[in-house]
Design a protein. Structure first.
Length: 287
């Protein structure tokens, strides 16, 4: 705070103590003015007159928050916290507002996920209600088409097809999007390009079925997905009908998986973004 005099004599400054009290000594009698200031608070002024031999006690002064103080936003201080905030944005991404679209990042320089976050994203995908619904529909189509005849028909056959379809999804997601990406330090997400010519975006989408971004930010062969795809296809031999097992089924399912991923990437690049209501426009970790 600062004390000034109308006679233009030099002013005095003082800082309050821990109790908010202050004092000025050796002040000549006459009119005076106090100016009280503090960071982020509105300035307050008080005027009075000091008489000869008087100890003047100033009434309590309360500062109010300044109306022009800009709102401050606390930003995450660690990479894991930034990634967590970006994941929360991804988990709002649903095609037509209900189909999960968690494994796409519309932030080009998104922070890499740690192992815990990769498993959390996989877990959320596997347990999403829509995942169960899509699996049920796929099992129904397989039964209607007579695929995997060894399962038979009726409720029992449908139940076996449903279990196999869900097991395929779980093993593929868990191995290819969580376990191997954690071990090989690769990012399981598709990074939306959105710029350039149609041809360049098409080639980018197809290539990203076998190419990914490493946790170091560099493009590299997507060993996590390819090996995970073959591993999931190999595991499926344990529960598919005997007539449908073997190396042929493994390679067939793996090839179908890679082709389906390339097709899904093309849809992501040209169609799905337009059908996804809550898409971040920029990095949510920045103010």
């Amino acid at each position: 705070m600062r004390l000034t005099r109308e006679d233009q004599s030099p002013g005095q400054e003082a800082v309050t103590d821990n109790n908010g009290q202050f004092s000025f000594a050796n002040i000549a009698p006459g009119p005076f003015q106090l100016a009280v200031t503090s960071a982020s608070f509105a300035k307050q002024a008080f005027s009075g007159t000091l008489h000869s031999g008087e100890n003047y006690i100033v009434p309590p002064i309360a500062l109010t928050i300044a109306t022009d103080v800009q709102q401050m936003r606390v930003t995450p201080s660690t990479q894991a916290e930034v990634a967590e905030e970006q994941i929360k944005e991804q988990e709002k991404q649903r095609v037509l507002a209900f189909i999960p679209n968690f494994y796409v990042s519309y932030i080009p320089k998104a922070v890499p996920l740690n192992s815990k976050q990769k498993f959390e994203l996989a877990w959320k995908t596997m347990l999403d209600p829509i995942t169960f619904g899509v699996t049920a529909a796929a099992a129904g189509l397989e039964q209607a088409d007579g695929q995997y005849g060894g399962y038979g028909q009726g409720a029992q056959g449908y139940g076996k097809r449903y279990g196999a379809a869900y097991a395929d999804m779980v093993t593929s997601t868990l191995i290819g999007s969580a376990i191997l990406p954690s071990l090989l330090k690769q990012d399981p997400r598709y990074f939306y390009k959105g710029t350039g010519s149609t041809r360049s975006r098409l080639l980018y989408a197809i290539a990203n079925a076998v190419i990914c971004k490493g946790d170091n930010g560099r493009r590299q062969a997507n060993y996590s997905y390819v090996l995970g795809d073959f591993a999931a296809a190999g595991i499926s031999n344990a529960y598919y009908p005997a007539n449908d097992r073997g190396a042929g089924l493994t390679f067939e399912n793996a090839a179908i998986g890679i082709g389906a991923t390339a097709a899904a990437n093309i849809l992501q690049e040209f169609v799905i973004r337009k059908l996804t209501p809550k898409v971040p426009n920029d990095d949510p970790s920045k103010p």
